[in-house]
Ligand binder design. Structure first.
Ligand SMILES: Cc1cc2nc3c(=O)[nH]c(=O)nc-3n(C[C@H](O)[C@H](O)[C@H](O)COP(=O)(O)OP(=O)(O)OC[C@H]3O[C@@H](n4cnc5c(N)ncnc54)[C@H](O)[C@@H]3O)c2cc1C
Length: 259
């Protein structure tokens, strides 16, 4: 089974994140950049399927030059190679344009299954898997906490707030996964060394047959027009117990409509 894993490079959610002053897009130049956390689970799931039934695992990323670091990190976990869509015109692309480009890249690859993270920590649209399944005319199975592959039949347990749904489809299909699906492996030293030699196929928009006017900030259907920094946190209210601490606490909680 040939599997493509979508991997997005995002600013580390453990650090302070910001927007660029000029065009209000996410600040990526100075940010500490990592693989979107959910995508590591997607890579792990793809490797597990490959180990069970054979085939290949290819990483697909759309992003600037710096995204190469995340591609190498992804490859060090075990995938066979990567496709990197990199073009200056992509800056500021929204989810619709991103799905257009990723769909074109997928059309140029041979695959049975695409695995993505359920959402990215910067955009949080949680829409990419659905948009791609619509564009490519294949089944889209979103939010998996379990994936079973039986020949060409895919079955997922689709995580809900209060339980799960069982959803089935035939390949080719696109599956998005939550972080409840597995425990991603750590890259071994051997894996890190091997990743340096794995093929990374870089594609421009022209290679994919996408016109620059269809992507980027100019074509975005939604834009951040203004942003203000979060106000500093106010000091909390301190209650001194002078024998009446309990009633003071209850009065405070009642005033805040907590009780
Ligand atoms: C602060 C902020 C500012 C924004 N500014 C703008 C703006 O100015 N204009 C605008 O139109 N939109 C803007 N967006 C929206 C955002 O850029 C898009 O929604 C995003 O690029 C695509 O969707 P997503 O990353 O949310 O995908 P999701 O659907 O959340 O991601 C799901 C999965 O899709 C895959 N995936 C997503 N993107 C890629 C990729 N590039 N390469 C490979 N795999 C990928 C990953 O596997 C990911 O786990 C902004 C968002 C934020 C948070």
């Amino acid at each position: 089974m040939n599997i493509v894993v979508l991997v997005k490079q995002v600013p580390d959610s453990g650090t302070e994140r910001s927007l660029r002053a000029d065009d209000k897009t996410v600040e990526r130049d100075s940010a500490s950049l990592v693989i979107n956390e959910m995508d590591e689970y997607a890579i792990e799931e793809a490797l597990k399927v490959k180990e069970a039934v054979g085939g290949t695992v290819t990483v697909l990323t759309m992003g600037p030059d710096k995204a190469t670091e995340s591609i190498r990190k992804a490859l060090s976990m075990g995938p066979d190679g990567a496709v990197h869509v990199n073009d200056a015109a992509l800056h500021g692309s929204d989810a619709l344009a991103t799905s257009k480009v990723l769909a074109k890249a997928l059309e140029g690859l041979e695959w049975d299954l695409v695995i993505a993270g359920a959402e990215s920590t910067d955009g949080r649209a949680a829409a990419m898997a659905s948009m791609l399944s619509e564009r490519l005319g294949v089944a889209g199975l979103t939010g998996a906490r379990k994936l079973t592959v039986d020949g060409s039949k895919l079955t997922i347990e689709r995580q809900l707030e209060d339980g799960y749904q069982v959803v089935e489809a035939q390949t080719p299909a696109i599956v998005s996964v939550w972080d409840t699906i597995n425990e991603p492996r750590y890259p071994s030293f051997k894996g890190i060394m091997a990743a340096k030699k794995k093929p990374v196929d870089t594609k421009s928009l022209a290679d994919l047959g996408v016109d620059a006017s269809e992507v980027g900030l100019g074509a975005a259907t939604s834009k951040v027009v203004d942003a203000a920094p979060r106000p500093p946190r106010q000091a909390g209210e301190k209650i001194t117990d002078e024998g009446d601490g309990g009633s003071k606490l209850v009065a405070y909680l009642a005033a805040e409509k907590i009780v």
